[in-house]
Ligand binder design. Sequence first.
Ligand SMILES: [Fe+2]
Ligand SMILES: [Fe+2]
Length: 298
Amino acid sequence: MRHKVKKMFRNADNLPSLPIVVQKIFASINDPSVGAKELARIVTNDQALASKVLKLVNSSFFGLRGKIQNIHHAVTMLGFSTLRQLCLGVSLTKYFNNLKSTAGLTGEEFWLHSISTAILSNRLAKVSSVEADQDVCYTVGLIHDIGKLLLLQYHRDRYVEALKKARDENIPLVQAEVDIFEVDHCAVGSWLYRNWKLPRETRRAVKSHHNINPDEISPVSEDALTGVVYFANLISHHFEIGNSGNPVSEFDEEKFRTFFGESLEEMEIDRVKIEEETMISLEILGLTDSAGKETVGA
Ligand SMILES: [Fe+2]
Ligand SMILES: [Fe+2]
């Protein structure tokens, strides 16, 4: 089965392509020569994205109702990072939001888990001394579980089986995936990242987000991103924000402190605030089930 799944996902024709605007925004993160003007140009060139973003920034959420006339103005008002995250959020979630609900896991719950992991990744990078870019952390956090969506999209029945097996036997979802597919969503996600030619450290973070010992990686190395996403995912579970289909997840406070040098409390990472921010982002991105989006599996 692994071979079959691998062959399918390794074939570029079988994989969704990354929208050009996302490729450009992603590339801009590591390119200091891209300023506000260039980012505005990139976004404006994608009419659908630009109009959605303008609608959002003029919504009541941002308190700027009707004041923002163009994307360049939006960059100035919201800041480079916020606008970049908003654009990536709009593009990436829209792109993968065509899934029906499954095995008791709803699309809204899945995105609550993903968005909270993105927000937590961003926050961890911001308030600690790890060497990881905040926007990259946000983006990889947002789509760290993208392998699940691909498996659901292409092998729905078997993936529903994996979700049920994990739940019924109370085992980690990755274990149920390996039992059924001989491969887990981390590997599948990393194949997609490779196909999209995303930076090597992002592929490694996705590939390892359930399979690392944080004691063995350094927060000031290329592996910092892996550590951030690994812990953000665990904290999202620990805070019980949304649901990723994984019934088993253990946040180890001691390991966290060893990696970041401080506790969650000392870093002022508070469950209520993270959940509030996650709910707002979910609304902004139109990912609530009431917004007509469906569940992932059933
Ligand atoms: Fe995962
Ligand atoms: Fe996750």
